[in-house]
Design a protein around this ligand. Structure first.
Ligand code: FE
Length: 342
């Protein structure tokens, strides 16, 4: 079927006198994203273009692998989550700048590299899960350290990129001393060790271990929709979601994104895939299958996510947070964030 399509495509292109790169009907992606989340998007791309997409799922070590392969790397696209991970790819010299009017038009300027080395494909907010019956309908990130929450807060490791990015944003806004005090406050508020995943925050609220948790927005969709099974659906039923804001600011938003690999053998197709991924059709899949916020404003947010309220992203650009990432990670260790002692 694929080869038949290839023949038809090549023949019709020839008839039209269009230059078609020979044997460029394949594309290789290295991704840290769960295969189940990415596959519906790639299948849709293949159905539309006939281009076969091969996926190499690498939980860790995407940089090491691409680096070791060097110029002979078959990778066309490097795909990952978290702004910091994308920057790490650029810093490792594994990306190449891409100029595309389609990408520029679809993705807001703050969600792509000005040189075209990386592009956001979807976004997610760092939100607060709260026990459903809790008398709370608004909270700031600053207030997470308030004494009111002593022994009542669940959070994953302070060194996880989702938290490091959050703490780096805090550091960018408030400076080192205030951030250290804030981290100590959050540590004092922990109901259990800072460990596990974001969904465990909902699990532990359901179990009565904590009253609030800091976690990513899309997990609520995965739990509430039943995609994660009945047990997780019960966790989602036990919580409500609050979009926290920084004092005088908005909600912290992070991204999933991708870059065209420096030595991409199929560069043109790689750009086409990125352009497809920010199209309204693909952005709908991001919203419906992954429960992420689309980056393309013409696509709609999933109703489960829209129910959290209107998202007002903080005005701090991801690139402004970046320089604080390393120091934020050091502060996590300095306050022994992950050592439970309450
Ligand atoms: Fe995640």
């Amino acid at each position: 079927m694929a080869s038949l399509h290839k023949i038809i495509f090549a023949t019709s292109a020839l008839a039209l006198g269009v230059a078609v790169p020979a044997f460029a009907e394949e594309l290789n992606i290295y991704t840290t994203r769960e295969p189940g989340l990415v596959q519906p998007l790639l299948d849709a791309f293949t159905a539309e273009t006939g281009v076969t997409v091969n996926t190499v799922f690498l939980q860790d070590g995407i940089i090491e692998r691409a680096k070791a392969e060097g110029e002979s790397s078959p990778a066309d696209i490097l795909m990952t989550v978290d702004f910091g991970n994308l920057i790490d790819l650029v810093d490792a010299g594994l990306t190449q700048p891409i100029q595309s009017d389609v990408l520029s038009a679809a993705i807001p300027e703050t969600l792509r590299d000005k040189d075209g080395n990386w592009f956001a494909l979807s976004s997610r907010a760092r939100v607060v899960y709260a026990a459903k019956d809790l008398d709370l309908d608004a909270i700031t990130y600053e207030q997470l350290a308030d004494e009111e929450w002593k022994g009542r807060l669940c959070i994953r490791s302070g060194q996880h990129p989702y938290n490091t990015a959050t703490f780096a944003a805090y550091l960018a806004k408030h400076g080192e001393e205030a951030t250290k005090t804030w981290l100590e406050g959050i540590k004092a508020n922990q109901a259990r060790a800072a460990a596990g995943g974001d969904r465990d925050g909902a699990r532990d609220i359901a179990a009565g271990i904590c009253d609030i948790a800091l976690a990513n927005s899309y997990y609520v969709g995965l739990m509430a929709s039943g995609a994660g099974g009945d047990e997780q659906k019960a966790w989602a039923d036990a919580i409500k979601v609050i979009l926290p804001t920084f004092e005088n600011g908005g909600t912290l938003v992070n991204i999933s994104g991708a870059a065209v690999a420096k030595h991409a053998p199929n560069k043109d197709q790689a750009v086409k895939l990125l352009e497809y991924l920010v199209s309204p059709a693909a952005q709908k899949i991001y919203a419906e299958a992954n429960f992420e916020y689309p980056v393309n404003a013409s696509a709609e947010v999933h109703p489960i996510i829209a129910a959290f309220g209107t998202l007002t992203p903080d005005s701090l650009a991801l690139s402004d947070i970046l320089p604080f990432r390393k120091r934020a990670s050091e502060l996590v260790d300095e306050v022994n964030f992950d050592t439970f002692s309450n």
